[in-house]
Design a protein around this ligand. Sequence first.
Ligand code: ACM
Ligand code: ZN
Length: 620
Amino acid sequence: MKNRFLISFLLLLVSTISFSQEVVSIIPEPVNLTQSSGHFVINGKTKIVTNGDESVLSLAAMFADRVDFLTGNKLTATSKGKGKNISLQINKTRNNEIGDEGYVLEIQPSGVKVAANNPSGIFYGLQSLLQLVSLNSTTENKGQEVAVPAVSIVDYPRFAWRGLMLDVSRHFFDKEFIKKFMDQMVEYKYNVFHWHLTDDPGWRIEIMKYPKLTEVGAWRVPRTGVFYSMPAVKPGEKPTYGGYYTQEDIREIVKYAADRFITIVPEIDIPGHSRSLIAAYPQASCSGRQTTVYAGEIDGPEGNVLCAGNEANFKMLDDILGEVAALFPGEYIHIGGDEVCKDFWEQCPKCQQVMTDNGLKDEHELQSYFIKRAEKIVESKGKHLIGWDEILEGGLAPNATVMSWRGMEGGIKAASEGHEVVMTPTDFCYLDYMQGDPITSGFPAPWPTLDISKVYSFEPVPNGIDPKYILGGQGNVWTEMIQEERQVEYMTWPRAMALSEVFWSPKEKRNSENFMHRLEQNLPLLDKNKTKYARSVYDPFAKLTETSSSELQVEFGSEFPGLDIFYSFNFAFPDEYSPKYNGQPVTIPTGAVEIKAITYRDGKPIGQMLRVKIDDLKNR
Ligand code: ACM
Ligand code: ZN
């Protein structure tokens, strides 16, 4: 409570005193930030001073482009500027406190200095500086001076793996969008882009030795609606919907990522989730039957598992993963391994023969046999295998890293066996889950909900587990219900801001109320970038409760603190003259069938109106 008053007071101060208009608000929250008096002025004469090192010069150029975009001031780089400049320095003597990715940012009226041990640290320091530039400039004052508040920051990440995953199989998003997605990631200091390139509804990566993977596997019949409930493929219907990345596209994207210190982790999802491969090469399945690329039909992606008794499949994987390894310079190849339907293996004589020959007691062990062979292939290409937590079933491959998604349990088990883990449990990290009230979100039931407050409360290191095994965490954007690019953004932001703070900032620095205010201050940056985002933190929610005498009551709330909530039970559209919620449960009038509620701030509506049947609330 004390905090809330302090923050409101500070916000009031910021909005009323012209000299103190500078806003200091960075996401993810830095390790250490001290504000001092005064500000540094950026204008068209400001120079960026570097030692002429190529890698730092290219960062200076990227920074100058962003400053131009945000403020209309064109900064130039020089190697020996004097006076009020922005200086970028790689430390001559290593600063051990900030590690490989950390930075020190000093903003004084006399100049700005960004220092780091490596170019990546300079890059992250510049991201913090850019947030301050954006927060303290408006699109209306293009080309005018921007006053950036004087601060002193020492900052470095908590985790080495700060990831976002994008599923480009359910729906295909082109290479320009992938670049924009990565532009957004780095603003919040993400450094891993997990690219879910193959799945039942589409194979998205060109493989030279198997051209049908994209000629056939990248295309499905067009459907709009609820995934897993789409109308069946009609006889003779043409697969016209889809797309893929050529190897040339991928090289371009890999370079774009590397310039921004993003490692791409490509995922080839096997042995399940392989219907697009099987549509192209039917002999890869146990039945060998011809099938179609999955289009979200109601009967499910039947027959989407690779046969574990077909040696040609391992030759094919060797070829595919060889091409993948040559394209992606990162350490990891993700081989999926999730949700393998074992029924096909149970009924397949070839799979059963492999089990007999290798003394495997059940299909879980057959899965383990498959993944262990995949690991040998991955390692033969000089890479390291990572897979979803199902790869634990039947015994983990010797050097595998586990991505824990069905809760934290898989990660805990893997870490306790000495394996490295990336935590991405559905309950905190699945950004395809809807946000806000199910009714205003408009998703079909029973699609789950994950609000930003819950995301923000995520703790990647389980009690009793040595943190050295937890590489970090990741937000996952599956796209069954996301058909267009701007909806990818809407589902990602601002929840990925909350996750960025979980992955970067010290645990003890997390403060949800303070985060909400910084979040709000950062939203104009998303507007300037033309990035779509959800505003559900401003929406009202309603919860039914019952008194000891069985009287039905409703409590209202919003994720953003301090909003006014007005409501009605009588079909009226509530406004600021309607009954105002005072924080105490409200008794529902006898006979009422519907609740409406709306949030206001400073006399203006700010969220979407909630309109919900009382019976629907009872059933939640
Ligand atoms: C997953 O969500 N199937 C990894
Ligand atoms: Zn088989």
